[in-house]
Design a protein around this ligand. Sequence first.
Ligand code: NAD
Length: 350
Amino acid sequence: MIPQPSAMAMVPFVSVQDMMTLVNKIGIAQMIADIADEIEADYRRWPQFDKTPRVPAHSAEGVIELMPTSDGETYGFKYVNGHPANMARGFQTVTAFGVLARVDTGYPILLSEMTVLTALRTAATSVMAARHLAPKTARTMAMIGNGAQCEFQALGFQKVIGIDTVRLFDIDPAATAKAAKNLQGSGLTVVKCKTAEDAVTGADIITTCTADKQYATVLTDNMVGAGQHINAIGGDCPGKTELHRDILLRSDIFVEYPPQTRIEGEIQALDPDHPVTELWQVICGDAPGRTDSRQITLFDSVGFATEDFSALRYVHRQLRDNGTYQDLDMIADPDDPRDLFGMVRRAAPN
Ligand code: NAD
């Protein structure tokens, strides 16, 4: 008889379908808000985390990255890719999956899709940063780049920051039309704009989430005015940025983990010692965030491992009460731990 796997060997797997069920049960905006709180709680205990810039494998088409971290009790990593040319082939630009594991035994405790979860955690991180950096009176956001991340950002900013108007622009009008349609009924006033200049007019917050593997100039210096908050999420790889350098020189710049952002963020265009503020210090009250109404604040987002860790832990906690998942037989579990060979032999057909 083929031995059956024991409960210890089973690892919950959250598929894309399971994630969609969970997200629709909790609500997209609510889940972004919940994950923002989870990420912020982990930023408050930043020194406890094992941190390293993510490990990339670059190619002409894009990048594949591993993002590991640990808080000493739980280990997590995400596999993620970024392939801007994928969209034209009918594929996602960004896909991902992630794992949580126990530090004491090394055994995995969760395997989850993270393509949907990355969109939620990226929006959650953006609103967490904006909570500390954007003007408190902000009601209008420009959204430049209306691809896969766009609606998640818009709904997150509506829920957590109180944005009531989004001004959309994409070089592909079909993307703007898609986003506008998806945001119908959200309560947001949605304005479709013909140029990026038009989109930023009257905006308190500018979110850039374009995908292009080059030093792009999605925003020029004249497009950014006093008091605005810029949420720059699309520049997240060496050689892939969105903002003109002059904007950086006029802004107070906030980053996740400097050793990674210096390699991947907008600040790769600046001197390596150009001052930046670490977001966790603002959140802990150790460094100032927005200090006056004319200040330009820039969140130079690249996405950091602890944010995925926080999002995975949130999903893991939901499994008991809210989640649908499948148990995967992922860990070899012989009766005698040294008899791995015997376990394989006993499973052989006669
Ligand atoms: P996507 O390919 O689905 O959408 C990108 C959109 O940008 C497309 O609709 C495209 O037409 C548009 N675009 C390209 N160049 C433009 C320009 N110059 N002006 C206006 N629009 C332009 O990609 P996505 O999944 O929405 O991701 C967007 C970007 O965000 C990617 O670069 C991705 O790598 C990055 N990202 C960052 C994080 C983070 O944590 N910082 C997380 C996820 C994704």
